[in-house]
Design a protein around this ligand. Sequence first.
Ligand SMILES: [Zn+2]
Length: 231
Amino acid sequence: MRALRSADLLVAVGADLEIGWLPVAIRQAANPSIQPGRSGYFEFAAHVELLDVGGVADRALGDVHPFGNPHVHMDPVRVASLATALAERFAEMDPEHASHFSQHAADFVASIEQKLPEWQARVAESPGAVLFHQDANYLFYRFDVPIHGFLEPVPGIPPTASHIKSLTDSLRSSTGVVLHTTFQPERAPQALGEALGWSVVRLPLEPPVESTGPDYLAHIDRWIAAMESRP
Ligand SMILES: [Zn+2]
């Protein structure tokens, strides 16, 4: 709230990802220029096409992604278009430095475009993965790597013994890797990995706070390396 009070621009992911806290923080900050609809409010999800639009919209069921999957930052192509859109917003707010913003965005876009063929080649033979939550879907869809299932029976609902058993039964003859993030509990991924004889890899879902462009590329590199791994 303190940061929002003096902010010129608020950048959110959107698609209700921050619904639990951001609307309250915006209201309490009482800064008119960062209210939704104003030029100081920018939503990533509003600038790209979302996957899985039209799911069940009952928040009592958990982190159900009512407006589509909000974990857009895992797609480097969508992140590249975000950079361009953000540079345009910066330029509207500070026209004097417009060329500076657009040049930096163009450099970042170029750095992503340069990596795409390498990432695609590295995962071409990937056996695919089971994820914990529907949080890395964009990365898998981008490079056409199969997702064999999710440890959560429904997004936001913790894994159950019966769901792990049905995953184990249906995947017994497949190969892959169990991928989950650092803030998800380890027990269910370990149980599934052991039952199937698959490796289990735990990774952060986001690059560290205050990361730079190269840090984002390194983040995607780590996920690509995990997708390459085999049992
Ligand atoms: Zn989610």
